[in-house]
Design a protein. Structure first.
Length: 361
């Protein structure tokens, strides 16, 4: 079982994920922070939908909801969509780790060596159980938030922030903002939280899950929006839009009395921790969902082979950072809305009719 506090912190660290480094909604320029806030509000709706399904089917996960609602002939094939989504999500997150570390602090290091280290640690954690992930996030997230606050203080103390660069608000019109909000904004991080449906039933206080998850979602959105706004205020619109890692680059702007400088390691710390835990949760969702669908007694026999396949896919998914981002954008554009929003919505409507209307006839 997971405590409700652990579940809260796992939700925050999953949703912050790699967005805190890459610059969430950078395509909307100086309005990225507005885009992030709108994405958070709208993105909370699919999360609320997942939570309602959990209420309708207590103790069951997403891959069990479909067969329960649609029967085995239709429900099982639909349920298999989600292990595939979790798998490519985990492989892409591993690719994020690979690209950034090689681009920033480990140039020339073999890609396989970096990812092999991460996969080895991840396999050990997954073998130890989801409770281990919960306990680790409970220890790590407060430290990361302290680092977030410390970095913000240092950036403001470095006198590089100019909030006039945020104006005019929505100067290019709201069309550019909503174009990023839908579908990428609500799918990235927020609707991706569908992976957490494999974990929610393990909470020790199920009645508290809805409240804590929604609070965690808004906290995650606020963290990302604050860093987006600061990055724009430091680099300006064009700098923010063209940088590959704007929120990582923020740490390079810190310079106080020739003492606090070159704090790149802070940015790397954020990225490595949040990306590692997001990938671990995606991999856990993957092996648990396959365990349910194959009626296995334990998921542990799946951890090593699936982790190795995810490693291979992450190494071959793209050849450059730009191609890596293009793969992710296409994946979100073509799969995010239908599989994260439309299909669960149809499931919710059908489940509601079956459990509340047909039972009264």
């Amino acid at each position: 079982m997971l405590t409700i506090r652990q579940l809260f912190m796992m939700t925050v660290i999953f949703q912050v994920g790699t967005s805190v480094i890459f610059g969430f909604a950078s395509a909307s320029g100086r309005d990225a922070w507005i885009t992030t806030l709108l994405s958070t509000v709208i993105g909370s709706l699919p999360i609320l939908m997942f939570l309602m399904l959990m209420r309708l089917y207590p103790g069951m996960t997403i891959v069990e909801w479909f067969p329960k609602t649609f029967g085995n002939w239709l429900g099982v094939p639909l349920a298999w969509i989600y292990p595939v989504m979790f798998f490519f999500g985990a492989a892409h997150s591993l690719g994020d780790i690979k690209d950034m570390l090689i681009t920033t602090i480990l140039p020339g290091t073999p890609e396989w060596a970096i990812l092999a280290l991460f996969i080895t640690v991840m396999i050990y954690i997954l073998m130890s159980g989801v409770q281990t992930i919960g306990r680790l996030t409970e220890m790590i997230l407060p430290v990361l938030i302290l680092f977030f606050l410390f970095e913000i203080i240092l950036i403001f103390s470095s006198e590089v922030v100019d909030f006039h660069r945020l104006a005019p608000i929505a100067g290019e019109g709201w069309g550019r903002i909503f174009h990023v909000v839908m579908p990428n904004g609500i799918s990235q991080s927020f609707a991706e939280s569908i992976a957490l449906t494999m974990i929610w039933p393990m909470a020790d206080r199920p009645e508290k899950v809805l409240n804590r998850v929604l609070i965690a979602t808004f906290l995650s959105g606020m963290i990302i929006a604050v860093f987006d706004a600061i990055a724009i205020a430091v680099f300006g619109e064009m700098g923010f839009m063209t940088m590959v890692y704007p929120l990582y680059t923020l740490t390079k702007t810190i310079s106080i009395a020739d003492f606090f400088e070159n704090l790149d390691a802070i940015g790397i710390l954020y990225f490595v921790c949040t990306a590692f835990f997001k990938t671990s949760i995606q991999m856990y969702a993957l092996v648990r969902s396959v365990q349910h669908l194959l009626y296995l007694n334990s998921y542990r026999s799946l951890v090593i082979p699936m982790s190795l396949v995810a490693l291979i896919i992450s190494l071959t998914l793209s050849k450059s950072s730009s191609e890596h981002f293009a793969v992710f954008s296409n994946l979100v554009a073509y799969t995010g809305v239908p599989f994260y929003i439309v299909l669960p919505f149809l499931l919710l409507v059908t489940a509601f009719i079956k459990t509340h209307l047909l039972t009264k006839i």
